[in-house]
Design a protein around this ligand. Structure first.
Ligand SMILES: [Zn+2]
Ligand SMILES: [Zn+2]
Length: 76
C-alpha cells in the first residue's frame, strides 16, 4: 500500500490525504509548489514527480466494501 505522507519533504507544509500532492516512485512526497519548483523531477532520485492519487476512505473501510468482498458474496 502507498505510504500517505502527511507533509511535504521539502518545506514541511501539511498535506491532506485528499489534497494535491506529488510523489516519485520512491514515495518521496512534495507539495504542489515544491513540485513545480523542481519542474516535476524528484530532487532525491531524479525520477518523475506525479500527482498522488487521493485517499478518501480508510484501509479497513476498503477491505469491507472492496471488490474482493463483493466477489465473495457473488460466488457460492
Ligand atoms: Zn513543499
Ligand atoms: Zn524520488
Amino acid at each position: 500500500m502507498l505510504k500517505m505522507k502527511a507533509a511535504c519533504e521539502c518545506c514541511n507544509v501539511p498535506l491532506s490525504l485528499t489534497g494535491q500532492a506529488f510523489i516519485c516512485s520512491f514515495e518521496n512526497t512534495f507539495c504542489a509548489d515544491c513540485a513545480e519548483q523542481f519542474r516535476q523531477v524528484c530532487p532525491n532520485c531524479q525520477g518523475d514527480l506525479v500527482l498522488r492519487p487521493s485517499r478518501r476512505s480508510s484501509p479497513t473501510q476498503v477491505a469491507k466494501s472492496g471488490f474482493k468482498a463483493k466477489l465473495e458474496k457473488i460466488l457460492p
